[in-house]
Design a binder for this molecule. Structure first.
Ligand SMILES: [Zn+2]
Length: 292
């Protein structure tokens, strides 16, 4: 076999692992944002609300007077619900749909993988001693096979949902994603898990890819472009906000070099990125105040 053939085989074997792990981690990182988005009304405004926490943090560095608000914000973050069931308010149905689809997809995938590679709970012999009144000879002891409780309750196990119990689903999406990642990586847990076949690895990668895309679409992080309703505060040009999957948001002004905004020209358009967005945001808010 040539080196190229060997490399091709290695690539075929590792690519779904790398892709699945990358997507599963991106899902976990954005899950809290998606749950938080369910409680907010959807808005066709820019920056996406989800990006504003970042902008607020930058702004807070300049506005120490807002310390109290910031502390309240952190307290809210600490109480952020991590499972769908705990959600009190429901304002963004797209975000809720995405969250439910993603949860279902990952829970189902974990069920499928567990059925394929998780060792069933061990049974061990247990002495069954009948009651003995003392008047008659004891019956011969019988040996019964009992479920091994320690093995059954091994925290590394995936537990299926049953009519009386949600099983591992009770621990939410984070745990499902971590558990799936362990199987994809072939994490060693003694004889508890076998290895996934290439076909199961491909399936895991496909489910994770779709789930990540669902989340990023619901959070407006899938590279969409939004025309801002407010004109450029410096020149009155049209502002366009863009978000790229996994990338930072940025805004461009349609005017070009003629725009006097204090940011660099990128591709002959004034472009705001990172901390500069705070300046743009502040200027937009000030313009709205003047117009009101
Ligand atoms: Zn402009």
């Amino acid at each position: 076999m040539s080196t190229a053939d060997t490399l091709a085989i290695l690539d075929r074997a590792t690519r779904p692992v790398v892709e699945a792990v990358t997507d599963l981690r991106a899902i976990r990182e954005q899950w809290g944002d998606l749950l938080a988005a369910i409680e907010r009304p959807p808005a066709a405004e820019w920056p996406p609300r989800e990006a504003r926490g970042f902008l607020d943090q930058l702004a807070a560095a300049d506005h120490r007077a807002e310390d109290d608000d910031q502390e309240q914000g952190e307290a809210r973050l600490g109480r952020m619900p991590l499972t769908l069931r705990q959600h009190p308010a429901l304002l963004n149905l797209d975000a809720l749909d995405a969250a439910m689809n993603v949860e279902r997809a990952l829970f189902d995938l974990a069920d499928t993988l567990a059925a394929a590679v998780q060792r069933p709970v061990r049974r061990r012999p247990s002495l069954d001693i009948p009651s003995y009144s003392g008047r008659t000879a004891p019956a011969p002891q019988r040996t019964r096979m009992m479920v091994d409780g320690l093995d059954r309750d091994d925290p590394a196990r995936w537990h299926y949902a049953a009519p009386t119990s949600p099983g591992s689903r009770a621990y939410g999406l984070h745990w499902a994603a971590v558990w799936i990642e362990g199987r994809v990586l072939g994490e060693d847990r003694g004889d508890l898990f076998g290895l996934l076949t290439p076909r199961m690895l491909d399936e895991a990668a496909a489910v994770a890819r779709r789930a990540r895309a669902d989340i990023e679409r619901a959070l407006n992080r899938d590279g969409r472009t939004t025309r801002l309703e407010t004109p450029c505060p410096w020149c009155g040009g049209e502002l366009t906000g863009r978000t790229r999957a996994g990338g930072e948001p940025y805004v461009t002004c349609s005017t070009g070099e003629g725009c006097g905004a204090p940011v660099i020209l990128d591709g002959r358009r004034r472009t705001w990125r990172g901390a500069e967005l705070v300046g743009l945001w502040t200027a937009i808010e000030a313009a709205k105040q003047r117009a009101a």
